[in-house]
Design a protein around this ligand. Structure first.
Ligand code: FEO
Ligand code: CA
Ligand code: CA
Length: 713
């Protein structure tokens, strides 16, 4: 996302030990181990309890793929850059009509609610592909894609900007248009024999879901008093999904869209509830002042104002925001299907949701992270074990949401604690979980939060109590489907200082969870020797196969400028330096090998505020990951630089996000979000520089080789 809508203020007052200090202990422990390497390493693997087969898979490096392109030097233009021999085609930019009867996009057109409700929304982000049949999966599929937020200056460019954004009442139709520019879309894409891609207008699968589309709550929060509103006195329904950032998918063929920076569209002029304070709902006017418009039917706009009126929650919208902050499941194959918010997977600022390794007869796991400073990483483990008979049957019409209900509404939500010795523990967020520390020590979570719905509504507070490790803004994750190794980006954290601990922190064994001070900062250490984590990093972990509560983890790569010796812990050079890793996708290739793709979001719309931003726009990197090591070094370091290459670079001010490739790996799809002056008019060539100032449009871009070969190799 742009820094325009970010709010990564530290709402976490828990006092749990920050990740950076864990990292310091981890690396110093690793240095000790290096002194007696053979014995120590053997002990680690044995302690970890891996089966012989898994131990072998972890310890033996795979045969290495070779990246078959020249790493790109930095670029700062109003165009996309790809390696020699590749093309980049613009596809389905904001405003592309999804039915043939709609007017075509015009650079100076005035948008209406009706047009925007049937056209691509703004700010493309997470996305995934769903084949209509297996045989043509690489040339004909449904694209499910998020529209994370809006650029009001581009949206209202013909009239010089939005009306009454800061005071007075917003015009209702402007608000409806903005609401309809959010959400997600399903659009069928097809490639012709010349390698040209195009949307299929009027396809029956094409769909827009907006921040007003009715949908249902599912899981623990459904039908509870937490979710009662004037529009849904039973607490079962909610209107809209909002600020859908990254995404995920299920093995049964549904799309998961994830609600991230939604709190700021809501306000409460009265006393904040604990969950409102924790997640950042407050103030007199929402992000776009939607609540100020003259109300339509059934609280169309007043629902964004969560201020209580009287005693009855069924007569106001005090609980409206408790219908947001979820993983939302959509069946892309049925444009009329009911959409469910799967509350069992927690409520916070979800970046995305990624399935773990899928194994017949084992539960499924979904990983998810909370993108705010010093927030947490979670996983959800299904109660139901995976049955291959539930796997997606592409293109067939049947009730995928019934299958979703059987897996996603019952299971255990865990939050991660990363320990200094390279092991980690998953802490259950259940009514019977015993709080291990602090003023509630010895109590059950159910005693503090009433019931499982209360735990979900207050997910991050429950995570505080259980002793989770605060992280440097978890963004995307991805899983190597062969090894099950999970990767997650920690994009940056400006609230890191040299202070070892905040003054109010009272020490080991005395963690306090109700004090208002917590740690607004995190300590520097050998792994992050900078007073703030400007550049971000990527970690990875592997689950212990016989215990869902244990894993081992290691640092994977540290972002840095090549010239900043203190920060450059992965030995990066000018052709692969990066900052603020965000998007991730593990691209499995032959024999279990793969390419990890990393996308960056370096906040360039705020200016070029760090050394990487001064030399390049945001980018896509390819890395051949190698096996887990335990050798005390980040997996990517000065000895293996050829494994990490800069593959593509976006236009000025844009972040690069949303990523997958076709099954045959000949077409890589990415999204360009919030460009300053791109794409160029009257061309589908993403590498062409705009002439003069254009009305910028976020867009999907498909990258292919001119010879039709596989991407990256
Ligand atoms: Fe929408 Fe955390 O990125
Ligand atoms: Ca992101
Ligand atoms: Ca980001």
């Amino acid at each position: 996302m742009s820094q325009e809508i970010e709010n990564h203020d530290n709402h976490n007052d828990s006092g749990n030990r920050p990740f950076s200090s864990v990292m310091a202990r981890y690396l110093s422990r690793r240095r000790m181990l290096q002194g007696s390497l053979g014995l120590a390493a053997a002990t680690l693997f044995t302690d970890f309890g891996l089966s012989a087969a898994l131990r072998q898979a972890s310890a033996e490096p795979r045969r290495r793929l070779t990246l078959g392109f020249e790493s790109l030097p930095g670029s700062m233009t109003d165009a996309i850059v790809v390696p020699e021999g590749y093309t980049a085609q613009i596809l389905v930019p904001w405003g592309t009509p999804l039915d043939g009867s709609a007017a075509d996009w015009q650079q100076d057109m005035h948008l209406t609610p009706a047009f925007q409700a049937r056209a691509m929304g703004m700010h493309h982000d997470g996305m995934y592909h769903f084949p209509l049949d297996t045989q043509h999966a690489s040339r004909d599929f449904l694209l499910a894609i998020n529209h994370e937020y809006i650029d009001q200056s581009a949206l209202w460019a013909p009239q010089g900007g939005p009306t009454n954004n800061d005071e007075g009442a917003r015009p209702a139709d402007e608000v409806r248009t903005e609401i309809n520019a959010h959400g997600m879309a399903v659009v069928r894409l097809r490639r012709d024999d010349q390698g040209h891609w195009a949307p299929v207008a009027d396809d029956a699968h094409n769909r827009r879901v907006t921040s007003a589309t009715p949908m249902e709550l599912a899981g623990p929060v459904r039908g509870t008093s937490w979710a009662v509103t004037a529009w849904s006195p039973e607490g079962t329904h909610v209107r809209g999904t909002n600020n859908n950032c990254a995404s995920g998918y299920t093995p049964w063929g549904t799309y998961l869209t994830c609600e991230e920076n939604w709190p700021e569209v809501f306000i409460n002029r009265g006393k904040l509830t604990p969950d409102q304070a924790r997640l950042g709902i407050n103030g007199e006017r929402g992000r776009y002042s939607w609540e100020s418009a003259e109300d339509g039917e059934q609280g169309e706009f007043s629902r964004f104002d969560n201020t209580p009126h009287g005693d009855d929650p069924a007569k106001d919208y005090r609980n409206e925001a408790r219908g947001f902050g979820y993983i939302v499941e959509i069946d892309p194959y049925d444009a009329d299907s009911i959409i469910y918010k799967r509350t069992a997977l927690g409520r916070f600022r979800h970046e995305g949701c990624w399935p773990g390794r899928v194994v017949e007869g084992m539960p499924l796991t979904f990983y998810t992270g909370h993108d705010s400073r010093n927030e947490y990483i979670y996983k959800f483990v299904t109660t139901k074990i995976w049955q291959q008979s539930d796997a997606n049957r592409p293109g067939e019409a049947y009730d995928r949401q019934a299958i979703g209900t059987s897996y996603l509404d019952e299971g255990t939500l865990y939050v991660a604690r990363f320990d200094a010795d390279g092991e980690g523990e998953w802490l259950p967020l259940t009514v019977d979980a015993i709080i291990p520390q602090g003023e509630h020590k010895g109590r059950r979570l159910g005693e503090v939060f009433e019931n499982q719905a209360g735990i979900i509504i207050n997910t991050c507070d429950a995570a505080d109590l259980m002793g989770a490790t605060p992280m440097d803004r978890p963004e995307w994750g991805t899983v190597d489907p062969h090894s099950g190794i999970v990767y997650m980006t920690l994009t940056n954290n400006s609230k890191r200082t040299e202070a070892e601990r905040p003054a109010s922190f009272t020490g080991e064994g005395d963690d306090v969870f109700t004090v208002g001070s917590g740690y607004a900062t995190a300590p520097v250490n050998a792994a992050n020797p900078r007073p703030d984590n400007t550049y971000g990093h990527v970690i990875r972990w592997q689950e212990r196969h016989d215990d869902p509560t244990r894993m081992r983890w290691e640092p994977f790569v540290f972002g840095s400028s090549a010239s900043d010796a203190d920060s450059n812990l992965s030995g990066l050079t000018d052709v692969n330096a990066f900052a603020s890793p965000d998007g991730l996708w593990f691209d499995e290739r032959d024999d279990g090998e793969g390419i990890l793709w990393i996308e960056t979001d370096n906040g360039l719309d705020k200016g070029r505020e760090n050394a990487v931003a001064e030399m390049t726009n945001d980018q896509v990197l390819a890395v051949v990951p190698g096996a887990m090591s335990d050798d005390g070094q980040p997996a990517i370091n000065a000895q293996n630089q050829a494994q990490l290459k800069r593959f593509a670079i976006g236009p000025n001010e844009a972040e690069v996000t949303g990523i997958f490739a076709t099954p045959d790996r000949t077409a890589l799809f990415i999204n360009i979000q919030h460009p300053a002056n791109w794409p160029a008019a009257n061309t589908e060539n993403a590498t062409q520089t705009a002439q003069g100032q254009v009305r910028p449009r976020s867009s999907t871009v498909v990258i292919q080789k001119r010879d039709g070969g596989r991407i990256g190799v």
